[in-house]
Write a protein that binds this ligand. Structure first.
Ligand SMILES: [Zn+2]
Ligand SMILES: [Zn+2]
Length: 296
């Protein structure tokens, strides 16, 4: 098929938004999955008031990269973990299309998971690593055969976060009740962040009662996301964060195009509108909350 103008624009990066007057942090991004260099991505983000990013690793290799990148750049902080969809791959011995990975060998089994977890714990001890995650449960991508490994990995990450006194970053996809249950059973770390918060207002009240941070992504701008906006409306302002989860979840009106930290202002403005507060007040709260949640 020859590229049509519409498919070309679909892959194009959205234009730079109007800069924020108060700088904020992108609390969850994957720079290693975005086009261009880290320098370019950070400079572009800084030019619109996104001065800080939390770089999230999803496997041992990605977590090492996150830690190295955070060591190299003042305004990058790292989160390290085995993603909830990665842990079952390690145990079941399926490298998941990414070729052979560190810590994931064919027919890996429980000992391969333990080895990978030990590497995550070593990285979690580093200074510029501010969080353990993304970890949690994903019932959308992982079927019944992987659930035991996924939950074991989640519990191990909670322990690591507590031992190393780091924030815990939760990935919760179609698994709200079980994520909340495991956190209750294990005892959540002092600072726990639900990345790409996807619950409704009732769950937001439950998270608020437990003191969990709720990080809102571009999904909060989507037309069909009324329950998410209701959740944002009832969440205590001091527990609200913003993120891109880039390259995914590009905010409206650019849904479907590549996402990057420089698009955070679009989500911040949508969030301010939901809360009925001024954009600067929203940004001020987000900046303080992210620094508190990740202790940087
Ligand atoms: Zn996630
Ligand atoms: Zn992510």
């Amino acid at each position: 098929m020859s590229p049509s103008p519409s498919s070309a624009s679909k892959d194009a990066l959205p234009p730079l938004p109007e800069p924020l007057r108060v700088a904020v942090a992108d609390s969850h991004t994957h720079l290693d999955m975005q086009a261009g260099t880290v320098e370019e991505g950070l400079a572009k983000a800084a030019s619109v008031g996104v001065s800080t990013v939390v770089q999230v690793g999803c496997d041992v290799k990605g977590s090492r990269w996150a830690a190295e990148t955070a060591a190299a750049y003042e305004n990058v902080h790292a989160a390290v973990a085995l993603h909830p969809n990665e842990a079952p791959r390690i145990v079941l011995g399926d490298p998941g299309g990414g070729g052979p990975r560190q810590g994931a060998r064919a027919g890996g089994g429980e000992s391969a998971l333990d080895e990978a977890l030990a590497e995550i714990e070593a990285l979690a001890a580093l200074d510029h690593v501010k969080a353990v995650g993304e970890t949690g449960l994903d019932y959308f991508r992982t079927g019944p055969e992987g659930m035991a490994a996924q939950e074991r990995s989640f519990r191990a990450h909670i322990e690591i976060a507590k031992r190393r006194n780091k924030a815990l970053v939760i990935h919760d996809r179609d698994a709200h009740a079980d994520v909340l249950r495991v956190l209750r059973e294990e005892g959540a770390p002092e600072r726990t962040v639900f990345h790409c918060y996807s619950g409704d207002a009732d769950m937001a009240r439950e998270c608020a009662a437990a003191g969990y941070y709720m990080s809102f992504a571009g999904t909060v701008t989507f037309k069909n996301a009324a329950p998410l906006r209701e959740a944002l409306a009832v969440a205590p302002l001091e527990l609200v964060l913003v993120e891109t989860d880039a390259p995914y979840l590009t905010p409206a009106p650019y849904r479907g195009r590549p996402n990057a930290p420089y698009l955070i202002p679009l989500t911040v403005r949508a969030m301010a509108a939901v809360r009925g507060i001024d954009e600067d007040a929203m940004a001020t709260a987000l900046a303080a909350n992210t620094a508190r949640a990740f202790a940087y």
